[in-house]
Design a protein around this ligand. Structure first.
Ligand code: NAD
Length: 274
């Protein structure tokens, strides 16, 4: 395993199809807490205990308030140097007939805001809702529980549990449906959307370089994407502030904040013509 940046840059300069797998760590320097960081509690619950199908069926209002809080937080944040380096690299390489795909576990909108085009959001999006009855997915300009929260006060992490009455939670407006809406995110224990998974598998089979950025490699199946690509003999580089349970599978490892390491790794190489 190497942490030699010039060695990585040589491989990068020749790669035609680059897959960049990102996790919550890519947004940490934008001020969005990761799940395994120091701010892992919301009110008195662990984030992981609220992002589950069981929590949503038991206390849908609380889970909605948690996701509303996360959505408002994300909307107030800006892409950082890592998001921008990824987006700039994708645009530059596209002009050279090379491709970059971002396979992200983040549910914030920061890759898109940075200008990335080819993004597979395997865990869904904070900006979308899905009907639990008919499955209809909607992109929401406003948080769907804004109105219900008006008389309930700020839905922050420090307030007492507000608990919107269940009949005030957002409902599907498809004719004859009226099913309960939920955040269109993958809760812990749920399977990934099979259409997205098929696209991810195709990218994993065709990429000739992979970067694994800011992911703890604990959440499956995403944790296996990097090691699966490495098992084909493809170079895989990990960018993380820490080691992870999958670090040993990778050819390269760059320890440190990805807002510093990625701009160096993805900068224009001297051999690039355009
Ligand atoms: P995680 O919270 O489990 O792990 C974050 C990883 O990022 C850790 O390995 C940590 O060492 C690393 N990290 C932290 N700061 C970093 C930095 N500046 N540079 C490089 N690495 C850094 O995140 P995960 O692996 O994505 O999995 C957890 C789940 O949490 C996912 O399902 C994801 O959808 C969800 N989540 C998403 C967001 C978001 O959308 N921004 C935020 C929190 C959690």
């Amino acid at each position: 395993q190497s942490s030699d940046m010039s060695d990585f840059r040589e491989i990068f300069s020749k790669a035609k199809h680059i897959a960049i797998i990102t996790g919550a760590g890519v947004s940490a320097e934008s001020g969005i807490p990761t799940f395994r960081g120091e701010h892992e509690k919301w009110r008195k619950w662990q984030s992981q205990d609220l992002a589950t199908p069981e929590a949503f069926s038991r206390t849908p209002s609380r889970v909605w308030e948690f996701y509303h809080y996360r959505r408002e937080l994300a909307l107030n944040k800006k892409p950082n140097a890592a998001h921008l380096a990824i987006a700039e690299c994708e645009a530059r390489l596209r002009k050279q007939g090379r491709s970059v795909v971002i396979i992200t576990q983040c549910i914030d909108d920061l890759h898109r805001q940075a200008g990335s085009k080819h993004v597979l959001k395997i865990h869904g999006s904070l900006m979308e809702t899905r009907c639990v009855s008919c499955g209809d997915v909607t992109v929401n300009k406003r948080s769907p529980i804004c109105a219900a929260l008006k008389d309930k006060g700020a839905p922050g992490p420090d307030v007492a549990d507000a608990q919107i009455p269940v009949d005030k939670l957002p409902r599907c407006d498809e004719i004859d449906c009226h099913g309960l809406l939920r955040p269109n995110v993958v809760f812990f224990g749920e399977t990934l959307d099979s259409h997205i998974l098929t696209k991810v598998e195709k990218e994993m089979e065709t990429c000739d370089l992979c970067l694994v950025v800011g992911t703890s490699a604990i959440v499956y199946p995403a944790a296996m994407f990097g090691p699966q690509i490495a098992s084909r003999g493809v170079p895989v580089a990990e960018f993380n502030t820490n080691t992870t349970p999958k670090s040993e599978y990778f050819t390269h490892r760059f320890q440190g904040p990805c807002g510093t390491t990625l701009p160096l790794a993805l900068a224009r190489h001297e051999s690039e013509i355009i």
